[in-house]
Design a protein around this ligand. Structure first.
Ligand SMILES: C[S@@+](CC[C@H](N)C(=O)[O-])C[C@H]1O[C@@H](n2cnc3c(N)ncnc32)[C@H](O)[C@@H]1O
Length: 200
């Protein structure tokens, strides 16, 4: 039992200190960014994913939105995130907003890419989580891409709710202690507008 607990703690620490960042780097590289995209990270926290995304859009913008809950992430706060962006040399293209993922303060179709890492599952009700996923799709431009990493059974609920997207387990590097708390990526490409139609 002691060995299992020790191994589980080691896996957890590896995920939080290295694994999740390595995996997000791979996922951001995989989506083929040109470098001028406008990106939004939902529940950006201290900016682990936001900063990595910002590195890949030198001619674009990377916005983060968060309620800055210190229960969900220690040392959380907009000043910390901006300091992390500055330390990485990407402060010129990063902006943070205080807002709720279930009611985003952005117009429809604003972003080329929307990401969210281990954040939407923190919304306590299933209805609230589904509202956040709907908001993520709403603020994406047609043809834009949505990437959400959350515990596998919750990511599956998002895909069922949206009725679209592909699900892929992110592997042992993103296990919070073991495979029972593995993280799955939901990838959605928003339907392009039918030819000849304009937004209302
Ligand atoms: C576990 S942290 C993950 C932070 C970051 N994405 C990462 O991977 O390091 C979850 C984040 O979601 C934020 N959050 C939770 N509910 C939220 C909501 N309804 N609207 C905006 N942010 C929220 C928390 O404040 C916290 O920063």
């Amino acid at each position: 039992m002691g060995t299992l607990l020790l191994a589980s703690t080691g896996v957890y620490l590896h995920t939080t200190l290295r694994g999740k960042l390595r995996i997000w780097k791979q996922e951001l590289d995989r989506i083929g960014l040109k470098g001028d995209e406008h990106l939004l990270d939902l529940g950006c926290g201290r900016g682990a994913v936001l900063v990595e995304a910002a590195r890949r859009v030198p001619a674009g913008r990377a916005d983060g939105v968060d309620l800055w809950s210190r229960k969900d992430q220690s040392g959380n706060g907009p000043a910390v995130t901006l300091a992390n962006a500055a330390a990485a040399g990407v402060a010129d293209r990063v902006e943070v907003h205080t807002g709720d993922m279930t009611s985003l303060p952005f117009e429809d179709g604003t972003f080329d890419i929307v990401t969210s890492a281990m954040a939407i599952h923190n919304i306590p009700s299933r209805e609230g989580r589904h509202r956040a996923v709907d908001e993520a799709v709403r603020v994406l431009r047609p043809g834009g891409q949505l990437l959400i990493a959350d515990p596998w059974w919750i990511a599956r609920q998002y895909a069922d709710h949206l009725g679209q997207g592909t699900l892929r387990p992110l592997g042992a590097g993103y296990w919070y202690g073991g495979p029972w708390l593995g993280i799955t990526l939901l990838h959605v490409v928003k339907e392009p507008r039918p030819e000849g139609t304009e937004p209302c």
